[in-house]
Write a protein that binds this ligand. Sequence first.
Ligand code: ADP
Ligand code: MG
Length: 390
Amino acid sequence: MTLPELTDYVSRHFARTYGRPPRWIAAAPGRVNVIGEHTDYNDGFVLPMAIERYAVMATDSAPSSSSISIRDTSEGVEPATIDLSLPVKPGKPKWSNYPRGVIAGCLARGINPGGLDVLLHSTVPLGGGLSSSAALEVCTATLLEAVTGKKMDPVEKALLCQQAEHEFAGVPCGIMDQFISVMGRENHLLLLDCRSRQTDLVPMNDPSVALLIINTNVKHELGSGEYAKRRAQCETAAKILRVPSLRDADPDALESAKNKMDNVVYRRARHVIGEIERTVHAAEGIRASNWPTVGQLMYASHASLRDDYEVSCAELDAVVEIAEGIGLKGGVYGCRMTGGGFGGCAVALVQAGTVEAVSKKIAVDYKTKTGIEAMIFSSRPAAGATILKG
Ligand code: ADP
Ligand code: MG
């Protein structure tokens, strides 16, 4: 659904649920990271784009109430009630901790909307690595801005949402998801320096290309333990290289220190150092609409994540192999896993005119290879959070 269609849908759903039309509607997108994986906690660069999938919230004041009530349009989701007359703390249901954390952060900044009836609808797949969590957080913050008429600085807003995810949801995420959901712009990617937090919008206006997002629909459980190990290995490598973080190391320094570290640590560092370079080059390639180069960088990123960083899995490798098999002739410039790894999504850069044929081929071949149905959709780079009504 497009944003106007979503506005219409949640308006009607809100009226059915609460018996009156909504006064304010806000939306915030999910995201896909086009390149720059496992670079964020090494002070490196990431290059995400906002996707045309959104968390949307419609609301009206509930003058006789001191609570924010949130109902989800999905049948199975337990409604949440957040009492503003008490200090806002983590609570139940579990999913409510994302909005709770944001509401707590807003209240601490004097942004107090009073009692509200809220309807939530999200078109970002939950738990698929497309950041439905950041979309929900940023949507909540944007809704409270709309209701109170108080606007936050975008960086402060993104950091408030990140803090909510850390402290209320217990997820130690980086800054990428919230930054892109706040700051995304139509037809642009966002080059984000995770050290300085500087952001650079990278234009991607060429209508002849599109991004394809392929959800493998698998999620292997070793994720969080392996993530902690990778972080520790990167710290070990940085120590041996005598730099504050791998952002400060270059390939030559790594080669000359190769015999001082074990092979696994060496390969982890080689991925990170190479990936930071690839991300900067990919941003240049996108600015120049040099799609074959960007595509090659995506394939190289995948190979490095698979072989050196060892965070891919059979299903992600299958998608990338199928895409490589289709190749430039069939309209595919490049493909890679995206997100933390061990499942989740792959992202492919394709010629816009081939989106349907490529999607179909990947779906059929992926099913044959793995027995699993993939979920595939295309997206142009979308806008960040917006107030749709009010
Ligand atoms: P991702 O951000 O990649 O989708 P996460 O595990 O970080 O995966 O976040 C998913 C969680 O966010 C869900 O399990 C749920 O708790 C919460 N969430 C996101 N969107 C919604 C929604 N529309 N309704 C209820 N909960 C949601
Ligand atoms: Mg998330």
